[in-house]
Design a protein around this ligand. Sequence first.
Ligand SMILES: [Zn+2]
Length: 320
Amino acid sequence: MRHVRLAGLVMGAMLLAGPARAADPVPVLATVGMIGDLAAVVGGDCAAVEVLIGPGNDPHLYQPRASDIARLQKAQVILHQGFNLEGRLGEVLERLQRDRVVVAVGEAAVPADLLLSAHGAVDPHLWMDVAIWARLVPQIAAVLGTERPDCAAAINARADGFGQELGALHDWVQATLASIPEGRRVLVTAHDAFGYFARAYGLREVAIQGFSTESEASVADIRAVADEVVRSGVPAVFVESTINPRTVQAMLEAVAAQGGKVSLGGSLFSDAMGEVGTPEGSYIGMIRANVLTIAGALGGQPAPWPAELAAWADRHGVAK
Ligand SMILES: [Zn+2]
Protein backbone atom coordinates (compact mmCIF):
# COMPACT_ATOMS: atom_id res chain seq x y z
CA MET A 1 0.00 0.00 0.00
CA ARG A 2 2.75 2.34 0.98
CA HIS A 3 4.57 1.49 -2.25
CA VAL A 4 1.57 2.32 -4.31
CA ARG A 5 1.13 5.69 -2.59
CA LEU A 6 4.82 6.45 -3.05
CA ALA A 7 4.64 5.59 -6.70
CA GLY A 8 1.67 7.90 -7.01
CA LEU A 9 3.58 10.70 -5.32
CA VAL A 10 6.61 10.23 -7.50
CA MET A 11 4.47 10.28 -10.61
CA GLY A 12 2.68 13.36 -9.37
CA ALA A 13 6.01 15.10 -8.78
CA MET A 14 7.16 14.14 -12.26
CA LEU A 15 4.00 15.56 -13.74
CA LEU A 16 4.55 18.85 -11.93
CA ALA A 17 8.26 19.21 -12.59
CA GLY A 18 8.75 17.22 -15.78
CA PRO A 19 9.90 19.15 -18.85
CA ALA A 20 7.39 17.63 -21.23
CA ARG A 21 3.91 17.43 -19.78
CA ALA A 22 1.76 16.43 -22.74
CA ALA A 23 -0.71 19.29 -22.26
CA ASP A 24 1.89 22.06 -22.04
CA PRO A 25 2.59 24.12 -25.14
CA VAL A 26 5.99 23.23 -26.61
CA PRO A 27 8.48 26.04 -25.88
CA VAL A 28 9.66 27.09 -29.35
CA LEU A 29 12.27 29.73 -30.10
CA ALA A 30 12.46 30.99 -33.68
CA THR A 31 15.44 33.08 -34.73
CA VAL A 32 13.49 35.56 -36.88
CA GLY A 33 9.86 36.71 -36.90
CA MET A 34 9.12 35.29 -40.35
CA ILE A 35 9.80 31.77 -39.00
CA GLY A 36 8.19 32.50 -35.62
CA ASP A 37 4.94 33.62 -37.24
CA LEU A 38 4.67 30.39 -39.24
CA ALA A 39 5.32 28.34 -36.10
CA ALA A 40 2.77 30.32 -34.07
CA VAL A 41 0.04 29.99 -36.71
CA VAL A 42 0.65 26.29 -37.26
CA GLY A 43 1.32 25.45 -33.60
CA GLY A 44 -1.73 27.25 -32.22
CA ASP A 45 -2.14 26.55 -28.50
CA CYS A 46 0.17 23.52 -28.76
CA ALA A 47 3.25 25.76 -29.07
CA ALA A 48 4.55 28.78 -27.12
CA VAL A 49 6.59 30.62 -29.73
CA GLU A 50 9.14 33.33 -29.02
CA VAL A 51 11.36 35.20 -31.46
CA LEU A 52 15.05 35.79 -30.80
CA ILE A 53 15.89 38.61 -33.25
CA GLY A 54 12.91 40.95 -33.13
CA PRO A 55 11.51 43.88 -35.14
CA GLY A 56 14.05 46.39 -36.45
CA ASN A 57 17.02 44.09 -35.80
CA ASP A 58 19.34 42.91 -38.54
CA PRO A 59 19.95 39.13 -38.35
CA HIS A 60 23.16 39.40 -40.41
CA LEU A 61 24.78 41.45 -37.63
CA TYR A 62 23.34 39.34 -34.80
CA GLN A 63 25.62 38.38 -31.94
CA PRO A 64 24.15 36.29 -29.11
CA ARG A 65 24.00 38.04 -25.70
CA ALA A 66 24.08 36.16 -22.40
CA SER A 67 20.31 36.63 -21.99
CA ASP A 68 19.77 35.15 -25.46
CA ILE A 69 21.71 32.03 -24.52
CA ALA A 70 19.38 31.58 -21.54
CA ARG A 71 16.35 31.92 -23.83
CA LEU A 72 17.82 29.40 -26.27
CA GLN A 73 18.47 26.95 -23.45
CA LYS A 74 14.87 27.20 -22.23
CA ALA A 75 13.48 26.23 -25.64
CA GLN A 76 12.57 22.66 -26.43
CA VAL A 77 12.56 23.39 -30.16
CA ILE A 78 14.77 25.95 -31.94
CA LEU A 79 13.81 26.86 -35.50
CA HIS A 80 16.32 28.79 -37.56
CA GLN A 81 16.69 29.57 -41.22
CA GLY A 82 20.17 28.32 -41.99
CA PHE A 83 22.04 29.40 -45.12
CA ASN A 84 24.17 31.60 -42.88
CA LEU A 85 21.37 34.10 -42.18
CA GLU A 86 21.75 34.37 -38.44
CA GLY A 87 25.20 35.95 -38.08
CA ARG A 88 27.15 34.35 -35.29
CA LEU A 89 24.55 31.85 -34.08
CA GLY A 90 25.93 28.74 -35.80
CA GLU A 91 28.39 27.65 -33.12
CA VAL A 92 25.90 28.19 -30.31
CA LEU A 93 23.27 26.09 -32.07
CA GLU A 94 25.73 23.28 -32.62
CA ARG A 95 26.22 23.02 -28.86
CA LEU A 96 22.50 23.29 -28.09
CA GLN A 97 21.38 20.57 -30.48
CA ARG A 98 22.86 17.89 -28.27
CA ASP A 99 19.86 17.99 -25.95
CA ARG A 100 17.07 19.72 -27.86
CA VAL A 101 15.49 19.83 -31.30
CA VAL A 102 17.30 22.32 -33.54
CA VAL A 103 16.08 22.51 -37.13
CA ALA A 104 17.31 24.71 -39.98
CA VAL A 105 13.84 24.93 -41.52
CA GLY A 106 14.91 27.02 -44.50
CA GLU A 107 17.65 24.60 -45.49
CA ALA A 108 15.39 21.59 -44.93
CA ALA A 109 12.42 22.92 -46.89
CA VAL A 110 14.18 24.64 -49.79
CA PRO A 111 16.98 22.47 -51.14
CA ALA A 112 16.57 23.81 -54.71
CA ASP A 113 15.66 27.10 -56.48
CA LEU A 114 18.34 28.92 -54.53
CA LEU A 115 19.97 32.13 -55.67
CA LEU A 116 23.75 32.22 -55.31
CA SER A 117 26.25 35.05 -55.11
CA ALA A 118 29.21 35.21 -57.49
CA HIS A 119 31.18 33.48 -54.71
CA GLY A 120 28.66 30.64 -54.33
CA ALA A 121 27.04 31.87 -51.11
CA VAL A 122 23.30 31.12 -50.84
CA ASP A 123 20.95 34.10 -50.71
CA PRO A 124 19.11 33.46 -47.41
CA HIS A 125 16.14 35.86 -48.02
CA LEU A 126 13.75 33.05 -48.96
CA TRP A 127 10.69 34.63 -47.30
CA MET A 128 10.55 37.19 -50.10
CA ASP A 129 9.04 34.60 -52.48
CA VAL A 130 5.76 33.61 -50.84
CA ALA A 131 5.51 30.34 -52.80
CA ILE A 132 8.97 29.34 -51.56
CA TRP A 133 8.31 30.40 -47.96
CA ALA A 134 5.08 28.39 -47.95
CA ARG A 135 7.23 25.24 -48.20
CA LEU A 136 8.37 25.84 -44.62
CA VAL A 137 4.81 25.41 -43.33
CA PRO A 138 4.58 21.58 -43.65
CA GLN A 139 8.19 21.37 -42.49
CA ILE A 140 7.41 23.27 -39.27
CA ALA A 141 4.16 21.30 -38.85
CA ALA A 142 6.13 18.04 -38.95
CA VAL A 143 8.61 19.27 -36.31
CA LEU A 144 5.90 20.48 -33.93
CA GLY A 145 3.68 17.44 -34.54
CA THR A 146 6.55 15.15 -33.55
CA GLU A 147 6.93 17.02 -30.26
CA ARG A 148 3.18 16.97 -29.57
CA PRO A 149 1.70 13.88 -31.29
CA ASP A 150 -1.64 14.56 -29.57
CA CYS A 151 -1.76 17.87 -31.50
CA ALA A 152 -0.52 16.52 -34.84
CA ALA A 153 -3.95 16.40 -36.51
CA ALA A 154 -4.82 19.95 -35.47
CA ILE A 155 -1.35 21.20 -36.43
CA ASN A 156 -1.67 19.62 -39.89
CA ALA A 157 -5.14 21.10 -40.38
CA ARG A 158 -3.85 24.58 -39.50
CA ALA A 159 -0.86 24.06 -41.82
CA ASP A 160 -3.21 23.18 -44.70
CA GLY A 161 -5.31 26.28 -44.08
CA PHE A 162 -2.25 28.52 -43.81
CA GLY A 163 -0.83 27.01 -47.00
CA GLN A 164 -4.01 28.02 -48.83
CA GLU A 165 -3.77 31.56 -47.46
CA LEU A 166 -0.17 31.82 -48.62
CA GLY A 167 -1.11 30.52 -52.07
CA ALA A 168 -3.69 33.30 -52.32
CA LEU A 169 -1.16 35.85 -51.05
CA HIS A 170 1.36 34.79 -53.71
CA ASP A 171 -1.24 35.29 -56.46
CA TRP A 172 -2.20 38.70 -55.02
CA VAL A 173 1.43 39.86 -54.94
CA GLN A 174 1.88 38.73 -58.53
CA ALA A 175 -1.29 40.48 -59.75
CA THR A 176 -0.50 43.70 -57.86
CA LEU A 177 3.09 44.01 -59.05
CA ALA A 178 2.13 43.09 -62.63
CA SER A 179 0.17 46.37 -62.67
CA ILE A 180 3.40 48.41 -62.45
CA PRO A 181 4.19 49.85 -65.91
CA GLU A 182 6.89 47.85 -67.71
CA GLY A 183 9.70 50.44 -67.59
CA ARG A 184 9.24 51.05 -63.85
CA ARG A 185 9.65 47.48 -62.61
CA VAL A 186 12.97 48.21 -60.96
CA LEU A 187 13.34 47.73 -57.21
CA VAL A 188 16.19 49.81 -55.77
CA THR A 189 17.00 48.98 -52.13
CA ALA A 190 19.76 49.27 -49.54
CA HIS A 191 20.86 45.61 -49.48
CA ASP A 192 20.34 42.58 -51.66
CA ALA A 193 17.34 41.14 -49.77
CA PHE A 194 14.87 41.15 -52.66
CA GLY A 195 16.46 38.73 -55.14
CA TYR A 196 13.79 36.04 -54.65
CA PHE A 197 11.08 38.69 -54.62
CA ALA A 198 12.32 40.19 -57.89
CA ARG A 199 12.64 36.75 -59.53
CA ALA A 200 9.18 35.61 -58.46
CA TYR A 201 7.30 38.78 -59.26
CA GLY A 202 8.96 40.11 -62.40
CA LEU A 203 11.03 43.03 -61.12
CA ARG A 204 14.68 43.88 -61.58
CA GLU A 205 16.53 44.31 -58.30
CA VAL A 206 19.29 46.87 -57.80
CA ALA A 207 20.88 46.93 -54.33
CA ILE A 208 23.68 48.98 -52.83
CA GLN A 209 24.96 46.21 -50.52
CA GLY A 210 25.12 42.44 -51.06
CA PHE A 211 23.19 39.58 -49.34
CA SER A 212 24.77 40.34 -46.01
CA THR A 213 25.13 43.72 -44.35
CA GLU A 214 28.32 42.75 -42.52
CA SER A 215 30.60 44.90 -44.68
CA GLU A 216 29.95 48.61 -45.26
CA ALA A 217 28.80 49.89 -48.64
CA SER A 218 31.63 51.55 -50.55
CA VAL A 219 31.51 54.89 -52.33
CA ALA A 220 31.85 52.92 -55.57
CA ASP A 221 28.78 50.77 -54.69
CA ILE A 222 26.74 53.90 -54.00
CA ARG A 223 27.88 55.58 -57.22
CA ALA A 224 27.15 52.48 -59.34
CA VAL A 225 23.56 52.31 -58.04
CA ALA A 226 23.10 56.08 -58.52
CA ASP A 227 24.21 55.71 -62.16
CA GLU A 228 21.76 52.82 -62.60
CA VAL A 229 18.92 54.86 -61.09
CA VAL A 230 19.61 57.77 -63.44
CA ARG A 231 19.90 55.43 -66.44
CA SER A 232 16.70 53.49 -65.70
CA GLY A 233 14.59 56.55 -64.87
CA VAL A 234 12.89 54.66 -62.04
CA PRO A 235 10.67 57.08 -60.06
CA ALA A 236 11.39 55.84 -56.52
CA VAL A 237 13.87 53.93 -54.34
CA PHE A 238 13.37 52.32 -50.94
CA VAL A 239 14.95 52.16 -47.49
CA GLU A 240 14.65 49.13 -45.20
CA SER A 241 13.38 48.83 -41.63
CA THR A 242 16.48 46.99 -40.39
CA ILE A 243 19.11 49.11 -42.15
CA ASN A 244 20.48 52.57 -41.48
CA PRO A 245 19.08 54.75 -44.31
CA ARG A 246 22.29 56.71 -44.78
CA THR A 247 23.58 54.71 -47.77
CA VAL A 248 20.28 55.21 -49.61
CA GLN A 249 20.40 58.94 -48.72
CA ALA A 250 23.97 59.17 -50.03
CA MET A 251 22.81 57.49 -53.23
CA LEU A 252 19.91 59.97 -53.58
CA GLU A 253 22.41 62.82 -53.25
CA ALA A 254 24.58 61.23 -55.95
CA VAL A 255 21.53 61.00 -58.23
CA ALA A 256 20.66 64.65 -57.56
CA ALA A 257 24.28 65.67 -58.31
CA GLN A 258 23.85 64.13 -61.78
CA GLY A 259 20.64 66.10 -62.28
CA GLY A 260 18.55 62.91 -61.87
CA LYS A 261 15.11 62.91 -60.28
CA VAL A 262 14.02 60.15 -57.93
CA SER A 263 12.00 60.09 -54.72
CA LEU A 264 12.06 57.96 -51.59
CA GLY A 265 9.27 55.40 -52.08
CA GLY A 266 9.07 54.38 -48.42
CA SER A 267 10.46 51.81 -46.04
CA LEU A 268 10.34 48.07 -46.72
CA PHE A 269 10.48 45.20 -44.24
CA SER A 270 13.44 43.22 -45.47
CA ASP A 271 14.94 41.04 -42.72
CA ALA A 272 12.46 41.54 -39.87
CA MET A 273 8.69 41.94 -39.59
CA GLY A 274 6.97 45.02 -38.13
CA GLU A 275 6.15 45.63 -34.47
CA VAL A 276 4.33 42.88 -32.59
CA GLY A 277 0.57 43.54 -32.52
CA THR A 278 0.49 45.48 -35.81
CA PRO A 279 -0.63 43.87 -39.10
CA GLU A 280 2.99 44.12 -40.32
CA GLY A 281 4.05 42.09 -37.29
CA SER A 282 2.81 39.00 -39.16
CA TYR A 283 4.33 37.39 -42.24
CA ILE A 284 1.26 38.02 -44.41
CA GLY A 285 1.11 41.64 -43.22
CA MET A 286 4.81 42.22 -43.82
CA ILE A 287 4.55 41.05 -47.43
CA ARG A 288 1.30 42.97 -47.94
CA ALA A 289 2.88 46.20 -46.63
CA ASN A 290 5.95 45.82 -48.84
CA VAL A 291 3.87 45.17 -51.94
CA LEU A 292 1.53 48.13 -51.31
CA THR A 293 4.54 50.42 -50.72
CA ILE A 294 6.34 49.24 -53.87
CA ALA A 295 3.26 49.29 -56.11
CA GLY A 296 2.23 52.73 -54.80
CA ALA A 297 5.65 54.29 -55.43
CA LEU A 298 6.22 52.72 -58.85
CA GLY A 299 2.78 53.43 -60.32
CA GLY A 300 0.96 50.12 -59.80
CA GLN A 301 -2.52 49.39 -58.44
CA PRO A 302 -3.36 46.92 -55.64
CA ALA A 303 -5.28 43.88 -56.91
CA PRO A 304 -8.48 43.00 -55.00
CA TRP A 305 -7.65 41.40 -51.64
CA PRO A 306 -8.25 37.62 -51.94
CA ALA A 307 -11.33 36.07 -50.35
CA GLU A 308 -9.05 33.41 -48.80
CA LEU A 309 -7.41 36.20 -46.78
CA ALA A 310 -10.62 37.94 -45.67
CA ALA A 311 -10.44 36.31 -42.23
CA TRP A 312 -6.81 37.39 -41.85
CA ALA A 313 -7.78 40.99 -42.73
CA ASP A 314 -10.63 40.90 -40.18
CA ARG A 315 -8.33 39.61 -37.44
CA HIS A 316 -5.80 42.36 -38.10
CA GLY A 317 -8.24 45.20 -38.68
CA VAL A 318 -7.07 45.72 -42.25
CA ALA A 319 -9.33 47.00 -45.04
CA LYS A 320 -10.10 44.32 -47.63
ZN1 LIG B 1 19.40 40.56 -45.44
